[in-house]
Design a protein. Structure first.
Length: 131
């Protein structure tokens, strides 16, 4: 990972998620971002636009009575047009807690995240958790 503006941006982005500062993290995301979330669970799908994603995510988590949070960034690889983060996240739903690993791939353009692909290491565990 070189010492570039993309690297600095991504380091600040993941640091904001780890301190649970969603507004600071989302400041690095383009308004017309496209998010591809793999899986069959209620949070999976393709979301076009930051607000569309936030609305769907907030509504779905409220309906499921759950939360999702980043607990660790295991590695961050950054190039001029793409970044990859290996993330450990925790989902909570009532008394149930699931920690899971995820790979997020980001497409970067003009100092912003413009597209995100999200892949879970064990998608079946997440599908069952939210079912």
């Amino acid at each position: 990972m070189g010492d570039t503006s993309e690297t600095t941006m991504m380091q600040r982005y993941v640091a904001a998620w780890l301190r649970k500062d969603a507004p600071a993290a989302l400041a690095f995301v383009a308004d017309d971002v496209v998010l591809h979330a793999a899986g069959r669970h209620p949070l999976a799908g393709e979301f076009v636009g930051k607000q569309a994603f936030l609305d769907a995510f907030t509504k779905t988590l409220a309906a499921l009575g759950g939360t999702v949070e980043a607990v660790a960034i295991q590695d961050l690889l950054v190039g001029p047009e793409r970044a990859v983060a290996l993330v450990r996240e925790r989902a909570t739903r009532g008394e149930q807690v699931l920690e899971f690993d995820r790979v997020n791939i980001y497409r970067l353009h003009n100092g912003q995240i413009v597209e995100i692909w999200s892949y879970d290491f064990d998608p079946y565990a997440l599908d069952a958790f939210w079912a």
